[in-house]
Design a binder for this molecule. Structure first.
Ligand code: AMP
Length: 318
């Protein structure tokens, strides 16, 4: 598989790398990292990353501008995106000469002449490291830093269950080989404004917890504005509710007036949640999923479905 991907990269002079909308560090780290790796290995190739940039993660690197007339002669590599509708920065994969899919989400749409999909991998950044070490692709320090940040972010600092001995081994090899100063990268990833910490405090105080172990909180535009935080950042705070005795599944509903939607961010430390979110215009991983809904009316349905999931999980666990 890795050799076939390398061969396709070698054969194509123009390569476009795409990832999912609402980019996070794994999506950005894998796409920008792979761009740098291909350029390092094949300096004459044109390699572009596409999609909206995320100001919150500008330390991950820049996204490119590309003339769409090049698409028809280009190889498209889609990273970290299970479904066609969530690919950012392109209209259709059919506009490209050829397509490769590399992803660690449970499969939704099957696409690409080569498809490397493995939902046991911690992150797509880990898969790009494995691609490098399994072929003649050359990694450099800048790419290694991007891949490290993406992997650390997606595993929540090597905390999540899909962190394996292989994850540790490949990261440590990459650190040895490139000499990245990895502890200095944590500052960019984890330093946050006081306003966000204060909102986190509000969320801890006001989290509603059902007797079945579902924690949820509704963050209206008014509350988000009161704390001077943006809706994407308030949704990200969902990652800070791990390890609460009484909470099995937790969800934040953040109103985004500008985009006319409500961001739903869900995490679990037991019940598998992605199928529930797929029923509500979303999806994701077994224990980390999301959705976008139109109004708070739909919140009740999601809360009920997730609460039911907690009930079933507890019954099954007994
Ligand atoms: P987040 O809470 O935004 O960090 O998302 C967690 C996971 O859910 C990621 O793997 C996303 O790809 C997935 N996800 C988030 N929002 C959506 C959505 N609207 N549709 C499908 N998957 C989503």
């Amino acid at each position: 598989m890795k050799k076939a991907i390398y061969k396709k990269i070698k054969e194509n002079d123009i390569i476009v790398i795409a990832r999912h909308i609402g980019a996070d560090p794994d999506a950005l780290g894998s796409s920008i990292g792979l761009r740098e790796i291909i350029k390092e290995t094949f300096p004459k190739k044109e390699v572009y990353t596409v999609g909206a940039s995320a100001s919150k993660f500008k330390f991950m690197g820049t996204i490119d501008k590309i003339n769409e007339s090049k698409f028809k002669d280009a190889l498209l590599i889609v990273l970290d995106t299970p479904d066609l509708k969530r690919i950012d920065g392109i209209n259709s994969i059919n506009d490209f000469k050829d397509v490769i899919k590399i992803d660690h989400h449970p499969e939704i749409d099957e696409f690409g002449s080569i498809k490397w999909v493995d939902d046991t991998k911690s992150s797509v950044c880990q898969m790009i490291m494995e691609l490098c070490y399994g072929t003649k692709l050359k990694i450099n320090k800048y790419a290694a830093e991007r891949l490290f940040m993406g992997l650390v972010s997606d595993t929540n600092r090597f905390l999540f269950y899909y962190t394996t001995a292989d994850t540790m081994r490949i990261v440590s090899k990459m650190i040895d080989d490139t000499g990245i100063d990895f502890t200095s990268l944590y500052d960019d990833l984890y330093r946050r404004p006081l306003s966000e910490i204060r909102l986190q405090g509000y969320m801890y105080q006001n989290l509603i917890v059902t007797e079945n172990g579902l924690g949820y909180i509704k963050l209206t535009d008014e509350i988000i504005k009161q704390f001077e935080v943006d809706p994407a950042s308030s949704g990200n705070l969902v990652n800070n509710f791990n390890n609460i005795d009484e909470v099995l599944v937790w969800v934040t509903f953040s109103e985004d007036i500008k985009q006319g939607l409500i961001r739903v961010n869900v995490r679990s430390r037991g019940p598998v949640i992605n199928k529930v979110l797929e029923r509500h215009n979303g999806g994701g991983h077994k224990f980390a999923s999301g959705a976008r809904i139109k109004t708070f009316d739909e919140m009740e349905d999601i809360v009920n479905d997730l609460d039911q999931l907690c009930i079933e999980y507890k019954k099954y666990k007994k």
